[in-house]
Design a protein around this ligand. Structure first.
Ligand code: HEM
Ligand SMILES: *[C@@H]1O[C@H](CO)[C@@H](O)[C@H](O)[C@H]1NC(C)=O
Ligand SMILES: *[C@@H]1O[C@H](CO)[C@@H](O)[C@H](O)[C@H]1NC(C)=O
Ligand SMILES: *[C@@H]1O[C@H](CO)[C@@H](O)[C@H](O)[C@H]1NC(C)=O
Length: 337
Protein backbone atom coordinates (compact mmCIF):
# COMPACT_ATOMS: atom_id res chain seq x y z
CA UNK A 1 0.00 0.00 0.00
CA UNK A 2 2.69 2.37 1.16
CA UNK A 3 5.01 1.53 -1.72
CA UNK A 4 2.17 2.06 -4.15
CA UNK A 5 1.50 5.56 -2.80
CA UNK A 6 5.19 6.18 -3.04
CA UNK A 7 5.34 4.90 -6.61
CA UNK A 8 2.30 6.91 -7.54
CA UNK A 9 3.79 10.06 -6.07
CA UNK A 10 7.01 9.38 -7.89
CA UNK A 11 5.30 8.90 -11.21
CA UNK A 12 3.26 12.06 -10.71
CA UNK A 13 6.46 13.90 -9.92
CA UNK A 14 8.08 12.40 -12.98
CA UNK A 15 5.14 13.43 -15.08
CA UNK A 16 5.29 16.97 -13.72
CA UNK A 17 9.00 17.12 -14.43
CA UNK A 18 8.47 15.79 -17.91
CA UNK A 19 5.75 18.34 -18.57
CA UNK A 20 7.97 21.15 -17.34
CA UNK A 21 10.84 20.03 -19.51
CA UNK A 22 8.59 19.66 -22.54
CA UNK A 23 7.18 23.11 -21.90
CA UNK A 24 10.63 24.58 -21.61
CA UNK A 25 11.62 22.97 -24.90
CA UNK A 26 8.43 24.10 -26.39
CA UNK A 27 7.92 27.60 -25.15
CA UNK A 28 8.06 28.65 -28.76
CA UNK A 29 4.86 26.80 -29.52
CA UNK A 30 1.95 28.69 -30.94
CA UNK A 31 -0.88 29.71 -28.71
CA UNK A 32 -4.51 30.59 -29.40
CA UNK A 33 -4.36 33.45 -26.86
CA UNK A 34 -0.92 34.66 -27.83
CA UNK A 35 -2.01 38.29 -28.21
CA UNK A 36 -4.72 38.36 -25.56
CA UNK A 37 -2.61 40.59 -23.31
CA UNK A 38 -0.40 42.41 -25.81
CA UNK A 39 -2.89 43.10 -28.60
CA UNK A 40 -6.35 41.90 -27.62
CA UNK A 41 -8.00 43.47 -30.65
CA UNK A 42 -5.70 41.92 -33.24
CA UNK A 43 -7.84 38.93 -34.13
CA UNK A 44 -11.03 40.98 -34.31
CA UNK A 45 -9.37 43.63 -36.45
CA UNK A 46 -8.35 40.94 -38.93
CA UNK A 47 -11.81 39.41 -38.85
CA UNK A 48 -13.58 42.71 -39.39
CA UNK A 49 -11.30 43.87 -42.17
CA UNK A 50 -11.47 40.52 -43.96
CA UNK A 51 -15.23 40.72 -43.69
CA UNK A 52 -15.18 44.07 -45.47
CA UNK A 53 -12.75 42.82 -48.12
CA UNK A 54 -14.86 39.75 -48.91
CA UNK A 55 -18.09 41.76 -48.81
CA UNK A 56 -16.64 44.05 -51.43
CA UNK A 57 -15.20 41.26 -53.60
CA UNK A 58 -16.12 37.71 -52.64
CA UNK A 59 -13.60 35.95 -54.82
CA UNK A 60 -10.78 37.66 -52.92
CA UNK A 61 -11.32 34.93 -50.31
CA UNK A 62 -9.46 32.72 -52.77
CA UNK A 63 -6.60 35.17 -53.01
CA UNK A 64 -6.19 35.27 -49.23
CA UNK A 65 -6.37 31.50 -48.83
CA UNK A 66 -3.74 30.96 -51.52
CA UNK A 67 -1.37 33.53 -50.00
CA UNK A 68 -1.24 31.59 -46.75
CA UNK A 69 -0.74 28.29 -48.58
CA UNK A 70 2.12 29.67 -50.65
CA UNK A 71 3.64 31.18 -47.54
CA UNK A 72 3.56 27.96 -45.53
CA UNK A 73 4.94 25.69 -48.28
CA UNK A 74 8.15 27.73 -48.48
CA UNK A 75 10.18 28.09 -45.27
CA UNK A 76 7.08 27.44 -43.16
CA UNK A 77 4.44 30.04 -42.32
CA UNK A 78 6.77 33.00 -41.86
CA UNK A 79 5.41 35.60 -44.29
CA UNK A 80 8.42 35.03 -46.55
CA UNK A 81 5.93 35.27 -49.41
CA UNK A 82 5.25 38.90 -48.59
CA UNK A 83 8.80 40.23 -48.85
CA UNK A 84 9.61 42.33 -51.88
CA UNK A 85 12.57 41.59 -54.06
CA UNK A 86 15.54 43.88 -53.53
CA UNK A 87 18.42 44.96 -55.74
CA UNK A 88 20.41 41.97 -54.58
CA UNK A 89 17.71 39.37 -54.02
CA UNK A 90 14.84 37.94 -56.04
CA UNK A 91 12.10 37.07 -53.55
CA UNK A 92 9.42 34.35 -53.59
CA UNK A 93 6.94 36.94 -54.84
CA UNK A 94 8.70 36.98 -58.18
CA UNK A 95 8.72 33.23 -58.75
CA UNK A 96 6.55 32.06 -61.68
CA UNK A 97 4.21 30.24 -59.25
CA UNK A 98 3.51 33.55 -57.51
CA UNK A 99 3.66 36.06 -60.31
CA UNK A 100 3.18 36.09 -64.04
CA UNK A 101 1.35 32.89 -64.90
CA UNK A 102 -0.21 32.45 -61.47
CA UNK A 103 -0.25 35.79 -59.71
CA UNK A 104 -0.94 35.83 -56.01
CA UNK A 105 -3.58 38.33 -54.96
CA UNK A 106 -4.31 40.20 -51.77
CA UNK A 107 -0.93 41.66 -50.82
CA UNK A 108 -2.44 45.13 -50.52
CA UNK A 109 -5.17 43.84 -48.22
CA UNK A 110 -2.63 42.23 -45.92
CA UNK A 111 -0.65 45.49 -45.89
CA UNK A 112 -3.78 47.40 -44.91
CA UNK A 113 -4.65 44.98 -42.13
CA UNK A 114 -1.09 45.15 -40.87
CA UNK A 115 -1.21 48.96 -40.86
CA UNK A 116 -4.44 48.96 -38.87
CA UNK A 117 -2.99 46.57 -36.31
CA UNK A 118 0.27 48.52 -36.09
CA UNK A 119 -1.77 51.61 -35.31
CA UNK A 120 -3.40 49.73 -32.45
CA UNK A 121 -0.35 47.91 -31.06
CA UNK A 122 2.90 48.63 -32.87
CA UNK A 123 5.51 45.91 -33.25
CA UNK A 124 3.46 43.14 -31.68
CA UNK A 125 1.61 41.14 -34.32
CA UNK A 126 3.49 39.25 -37.03
CA UNK A 127 2.61 39.37 -40.70
CA UNK A 128 2.60 35.57 -40.75
CA UNK A 129 -0.08 35.48 -38.05
CA UNK A 130 -2.12 37.99 -40.02
CA UNK A 131 -1.84 35.79 -43.12
CA UNK A 132 -2.95 32.73 -41.17
CA UNK A 133 -5.93 34.52 -39.62
CA UNK A 134 -6.98 36.19 -42.86
CA UNK A 135 -6.94 32.89 -44.79
CA UNK A 136 -9.08 31.23 -42.16
CA UNK A 137 -11.51 34.11 -41.74
CA UNK A 138 -11.94 34.52 -45.50
CA UNK A 139 -12.56 30.82 -46.02
CA UNK A 140 -15.12 30.69 -43.24
CA UNK A 141 -16.91 33.75 -44.63
CA UNK A 142 -17.54 32.01 -47.95
CA UNK A 143 -18.75 28.76 -46.40
CA UNK A 144 -15.72 26.88 -45.11
CA UNK A 145 -15.63 25.27 -41.70
CA UNK A 146 -13.73 27.04 -38.95
CA UNK A 147 -10.25 25.91 -37.88
CA UNK A 148 -8.15 27.04 -34.96
CA UNK A 149 -5.31 29.41 -35.70
CA UNK A 150 -2.76 29.30 -32.93
CA UNK A 151 -0.62 32.44 -32.92
CA UNK A 152 2.89 33.60 -32.19
CA UNK A 153 4.62 33.02 -35.52
CA UNK A 154 7.61 35.18 -36.25
CA UNK A 155 8.28 36.73 -39.62
CA UNK A 156 11.27 35.32 -41.46
CA UNK A 157 14.20 37.34 -42.73
CA UNK A 158 14.77 35.54 -45.99
CA UNK A 159 12.80 34.98 -49.18
CA UNK A 160 14.18 33.35 -52.33
CA UNK A 161 12.55 33.11 -55.69
CA UNK A 162 14.35 29.85 -56.45
CA UNK A 163 13.01 28.22 -53.31
CA UNK A 164 9.42 29.06 -54.20
CA UNK A 165 9.96 27.65 -57.66
CA UNK A 166 11.36 24.47 -56.20
CA UNK A 167 8.83 23.95 -53.42
CA UNK A 168 5.45 25.08 -54.72
CA UNK A 169 3.38 22.63 -56.72
CA UNK A 170 2.92 23.37 -60.39
CA UNK A 171 -0.26 22.94 -62.42
CA UNK A 172 1.47 20.48 -64.71
CA UNK A 173 2.43 18.00 -61.99
CA UNK A 174 1.46 14.33 -62.18
CA UNK A 175 -0.32 12.65 -59.30
CA UNK A 176 2.91 11.17 -57.97
CA UNK A 177 4.68 14.50 -58.21
CA UNK A 178 1.87 16.15 -56.25
CA UNK A 179 2.06 13.48 -53.56
CA UNK A 180 5.80 13.98 -53.32
CA UNK A 181 5.50 17.77 -53.27
CA UNK A 182 3.03 17.72 -50.37
CA UNK A 183 4.96 15.01 -48.52
CA UNK A 184 7.93 17.39 -48.41
CA UNK A 185 6.00 19.53 -45.93
CA UNK A 186 4.48 16.61 -44.06
CA UNK A 187 1.18 16.04 -45.83
CA UNK A 188 -0.26 12.66 -46.69
CA UNK A 189 -1.74 11.73 -50.02
CA UNK A 190 -5.23 12.19 -48.59
CA UNK A 191 -4.36 15.64 -47.30
CA UNK A 192 -2.99 16.58 -50.70
CA UNK A 193 -6.29 15.62 -52.30
CA UNK A 194 -8.47 17.40 -49.78
CA UNK A 195 -6.32 20.53 -49.88
CA UNK A 196 -6.65 20.62 -53.66
CA UNK A 197 -10.28 21.36 -52.80
CA UNK A 198 -9.06 24.90 -52.08
CA UNK A 199 -9.76 25.27 -55.78
CA UNK A 200 -13.43 25.60 -54.93
CA UNK A 201 -12.94 29.35 -54.53
CA UNK A 202 -11.26 32.16 -56.37
CA UNK A 203 -10.06 32.70 -59.90
CA UNK A 204 -7.29 31.74 -62.23
CA UNK A 205 -5.47 33.20 -65.15
CA UNK A 206 -6.09 31.52 -68.49
CA UNK A 207 -2.33 31.11 -68.76
CA UNK A 208 -2.60 28.20 -66.34
CA UNK A 209 -4.84 26.23 -68.69
CA UNK A 210 -3.37 27.23 -72.03
CA UNK A 211 -1.00 24.29 -72.22
CA UNK A 212 -3.96 21.92 -71.84
CA UNK A 213 -5.99 23.70 -74.45
CA UNK A 214 -3.51 24.52 -77.18
CA UNK A 215 -0.23 22.80 -76.58
CA UNK A 216 -0.92 19.54 -74.80
CA UNK A 217 2.25 17.51 -74.15
CA UNK A 218 4.09 20.16 -76.12
CA UNK A 219 2.26 19.35 -79.34
CA UNK A 220 1.07 22.56 -81.00
CA UNK A 221 -2.67 22.59 -81.55
CA UNK A 222 -3.33 19.59 -79.34
CA UNK A 223 -5.97 19.70 -76.59
CA UNK A 224 -5.84 17.46 -73.52
CA UNK A 225 -8.23 14.64 -74.50
CA UNK A 226 -9.18 14.08 -70.87
CA UNK A 227 -11.00 17.44 -70.63
CA UNK A 228 -14.75 17.11 -71.02
CA UNK A 229 -15.28 18.08 -74.65
CA UNK A 230 -17.97 20.68 -73.96
CA UNK A 231 -15.80 22.28 -71.32
CA UNK A 232 -12.85 22.34 -73.69
CA UNK A 233 -14.92 24.31 -76.20
CA UNK A 234 -16.09 26.66 -73.45
CA UNK A 235 -12.59 27.17 -72.07
CA UNK A 236 -11.23 27.98 -75.52
CA UNK A 237 -13.90 30.65 -75.83
CA UNK A 238 -13.02 32.13 -72.48
CA UNK A 239 -9.30 31.76 -73.02
CA UNK A 240 -8.48 32.68 -76.61
CA UNK A 241 -5.04 31.64 -77.70
CA UNK A 242 -2.34 34.27 -77.24
CA UNK A 243 -4.74 36.66 -75.54
CA UNK A 244 -3.21 37.28 -72.16
CA UNK A 245 -5.10 38.72 -69.25
CA UNK A 246 -8.21 36.55 -69.45
CA UNK A 247 -9.51 35.20 -66.16
CA UNK A 248 -11.43 32.05 -65.24
CA UNK A 249 -13.44 31.03 -62.19
CA UNK A 250 -11.83 28.22 -60.22
CA UNK A 251 -15.17 26.40 -60.33
CA UNK A 252 -18.76 27.29 -61.14
CA UNK A 253 -19.20 28.78 -57.66
CA UNK A 254 -16.03 30.78 -57.21
CA UNK A 255 -17.45 32.72 -54.25
CA UNK A 256 -18.66 29.70 -52.32
CA UNK A 257 -16.65 27.15 -50.44
CA UNK A 258 -18.43 23.94 -51.40
CA UNK A 259 -17.61 20.54 -52.91
CA UNK A 260 -18.47 21.43 -56.52
CA UNK A 261 -14.75 21.35 -57.26
CA UNK A 262 -14.69 17.61 -56.62
CA UNK A 263 -17.86 17.07 -58.67
CA UNK A 264 -16.20 18.97 -61.50
CA UNK A 265 -12.96 16.99 -61.27
CA UNK A 266 -14.90 13.73 -61.26
CA UNK A 267 -16.75 14.86 -64.41
CA UNK A 268 -13.42 15.62 -66.15
CA UNK A 269 -14.06 19.30 -65.68
CA UNK A 270 -11.13 20.11 -63.44
CA UNK A 271 -9.38 23.28 -64.52
CA UNK A 272 -5.71 22.40 -64.25
CA UNK A 273 -3.76 19.35 -65.26
CA UNK A 274 -2.99 18.86 -61.57
CA UNK A 275 -6.72 18.82 -60.75
CA UNK A 276 -7.46 16.31 -63.48
CA UNK A 277 -4.53 14.17 -62.39
CA UNK A 278 -6.23 13.43 -59.05
CA UNK A 279 -8.20 10.84 -61.01
CA UNK A 280 -5.06 9.20 -62.37
CA UNK A 281 -4.50 7.23 -59.19
CA UNK A 282 -7.04 4.84 -57.63
CA UNK A 283 -6.60 6.31 -54.14
CA UNK A 284 -6.94 9.85 -55.45
CA UNK A 285 -9.98 8.91 -57.50
CA UNK A 286 -11.68 7.29 -54.51
CA UNK A 287 -11.13 10.43 -52.45
CA UNK A 288 -12.44 12.69 -55.21
CA UNK A 289 -15.53 10.47 -55.40
CA UNK A 290 -15.97 10.61 -51.65
CA UNK A 291 -15.66 14.38 -51.39
CA UNK A 292 -17.90 14.91 -54.39
CA UNK A 293 -20.63 13.03 -52.54
CA UNK A 294 -19.96 14.22 -49.01
CA UNK A 295 -19.63 17.97 -48.77
CA UNK A 296 -19.61 18.06 -44.98
CA UNK A 297 -16.78 15.55 -44.84
CA UNK A 298 -14.81 17.61 -47.32
CA UNK A 299 -15.21 20.76 -45.24
CA UNK A 300 -14.22 18.97 -42.06
CA UNK A 301 -11.14 17.30 -43.56
CA UNK A 302 -10.13 20.51 -45.34
CA UNK A 303 -10.30 22.54 -42.13
CA UNK A 304 -8.21 19.93 -40.29
CA UNK A 305 -5.58 19.96 -43.04
CA UNK A 306 -5.50 23.76 -43.06
CA UNK A 307 -4.94 23.83 -39.33
CA UNK A 308 -2.01 21.52 -39.89
CA UNK A 309 -0.74 23.70 -42.74
CA UNK A 310 -0.89 26.80 -40.57
CA UNK A 311 1.36 25.07 -38.07
CA UNK A 312 4.22 24.40 -40.48
CA UNK A 313 6.97 26.13 -38.59
CA UNK A 314 9.12 28.88 -39.96
CA UNK A 315 12.75 29.70 -39.18
CA UNK A 316 13.77 29.62 -35.54
CA UNK A 317 14.87 33.20 -35.69
CA UNK A 318 12.54 35.89 -36.81
CA UNK A 319 11.06 39.23 -36.08
CA UNK A 320 7.80 41.12 -36.05
CA UNK A 321 8.02 43.03 -39.28
CA UNK A 322 6.83 46.62 -39.11
CA UNK A 323 5.91 46.52 -42.80
CA UNK A 324 5.13 43.14 -44.31
CA UNK A 325 6.99 43.76 -47.57
CA UNK A 326 10.43 44.30 -46.02
CA UNK A 327 12.54 43.10 -43.12
CA UNK A 328 13.11 45.49 -40.23
CA UNK A 329 16.33 47.41 -39.97
CA UNK A 330 19.13 45.21 -38.62
CA UNK A 331 19.27 46.43 -34.99
CA UNK A 332 15.69 45.36 -34.48
CA UNK A 333 16.46 41.74 -35.27
CA UNK A 334 16.75 40.18 -31.85
CA UNK A 335 13.70 38.10 -31.37
CA UNK A 336 14.12 34.40 -30.90
CA UNK A 337 11.41 32.30 -32.45
C1 HEM B 1 -2.28 20.62 -55.57
C2 HEM B 1 -1.41 21.48 -56.08
C3 HEM B 1 -1.83 22.84 -56.51
C4 HEM B 1 -1.55 23.43 -57.70
C5 HEM B 1 -0.73 22.82 -58.82
C6 HEM B 1 -2.17 24.72 -57.70
C7 HEM B 1 -2.10 25.62 -58.74
C8 HEM B 1 -2.86 26.77 -58.82
C9 HEM B 1 -2.88 27.66 -59.95
C10 HEM B 1 -2.06 27.51 -61.21
C11 HEM B 1 -3.77 28.64 -59.68
C12 HEM B 1 -4.17 29.79 -60.59
C13 HEM B 1 -3.54 31.07 -60.16
C14 HEM B 1 -3.71 32.16 -61.18
O1 HEM B 1 -3.74 31.87 -62.36
O2 HEM B 1 -3.81 33.34 -60.78
C15 HEM B 1 -4.32 28.36 -58.39
C16 HEM B 1 -5.26 29.12 -57.78
C17 HEM B 1 -5.72 28.90 -56.51
N1 HEM B 1 -5.28 27.93 -55.63
FE1 HEM B 1 -4.07 26.41 -56.08
N2 HEM B 1 -2.81 24.89 -56.51
C18 HEM B 1 -2.62 23.78 -55.75
C19 HEM B 1 -3.08 23.58 -54.46
C20 HEM B 1 -3.78 24.50 -53.74
C21 HEM B 1 -4.04 24.43 -52.33
C22 HEM B 1 -3.51 23.37 -51.41
C23 HEM B 1 -4.81 25.51 -52.02
C24 HEM B 1 -5.36 25.92 -50.69
C25 HEM B 1 -5.63 25.13 -49.72
C26 HEM B 1 -5.02 26.24 -53.23
C27 HEM B 1 -5.78 27.37 -53.32
C28 HEM B 1 -5.94 28.10 -54.47
C29 HEM B 1 -6.88 29.19 -54.57
C30 HEM B 1 -7.83 29.66 -53.51
C31 HEM B 1 -6.73 29.70 -55.86
C32 HEM B 1 -7.46 30.91 -56.45
C33 HEM B 1 -6.58 32.12 -56.21
C34 HEM B 1 -7.22 33.44 -56.48
O3 HEM B 1 -8.42 33.54 -56.45
O4 HEM B 1 -6.47 34.40 -56.68
N3 HEM B 1 -4.36 25.62 -54.25
N4 HEM B 1 -3.74 27.22 -57.88
C1 LIG C 1 -9.98 47.52 -28.69
O1 LIG C 1 -11.15 48.01 -29.31
C2 LIG C 1 -11.99 48.72 -28.44
C3 LIG C 1 -13.28 49.07 -29.15
O2 LIG C 1 -13.30 48.63 -30.46
C4 LIG C 1 -11.28 49.96 -27.96
O3 LIG C 1 -12.10 50.70 -27.09
C5 LIG C 1 -10.01 49.55 -27.23
O4 LIG C 1 -9.26 50.68 -26.90
C6 LIG C 1 -9.16 48.64 -28.11
N1 LIG C 1 -8.09 48.08 -27.30
C7 LIG C 1 -6.82 48.25 -27.60
C8 LIG C 1 -5.83 47.62 -26.70
O5 LIG C 1 -6.48 48.88 -28.56
C1 LIG D 1 6.82 46.36 -52.37
O1 LIG D 1 6.33 46.28 -53.69
C2 LIG D 1 5.05 46.86 -53.87
C3 LIG D 1 4.60 46.56 -55.29
O2 LIG D 1 5.59 46.85 -56.19
C4 LIG D 1 5.11 48.33 -53.58
O3 LIG D 1 3.84 48.92 -53.72
C5 LIG D 1 5.59 48.51 -52.14
O4 LIG D 1 5.74 49.88 -51.85
C6 LIG D 1 6.91 47.81 -51.93
N1 LIG D 1 7.28 47.88 -50.53
C7 LIG D 1 8.45 48.39 -50.13
C8 LIG D 1 8.71 48.41 -48.68
O5 LIG D 1 9.26 48.83 -50.91
C1 LIG E 1 -0.19 32.44 -81.17
O1 LIG E 1 1.19 32.76 -81.14
C2 LIG E 1 2.01 31.83 -81.78
C3 LIG E 1 3.46 32.17 -81.52
O2 LIG E 1 3.63 33.53 -81.31
C4 LIG E 1 1.66 31.80 -83.28
O3 LIG E 1 2.47 30.85 -83.93
C5 LIG E 1 0.20 31.43 -83.41
O4 LIG E 1 -0.19 31.49 -84.75
C6 LIG E 1 -0.70 32.34 -82.60
N1 LIG E 1 -2.06 31.82 -82.62
C7 LIG E 1 -3.12 32.61 -82.76
C8 LIG E 1 -4.44 31.93 -82.80
O5 LIG E 1 -3.05 33.80 -82.90
Amino acid sequence: MKSCTCMCLLSILGLLLLTTVTNADNDTRLDLDYYSETCPNATSIVKQMVKNIVAEKSNMAGGLLRLHFHDCFVKGCDASVLLNSTDTNAAEKDAPSNSGIATLRGYDHIDNIKAAIEADCPGIVSCSDILALAARDATVLVGGLNWSVALGRKDGLVSNESEATELLPSFSMTYDELVENFAAVGFSQGEMVVLSGGHTIGRASCLAVWPRLYDFNGVAGQTDPSIDSKLAVELKKQCPQNQTGSILSMDSTENTFDNLYFKAVLANKGLFQSDANLLANPVGKKLVEKYSKRGATFKRDFAAAMEKMSNIRGALEGQIRRVCTKVNRRPEIHDEY
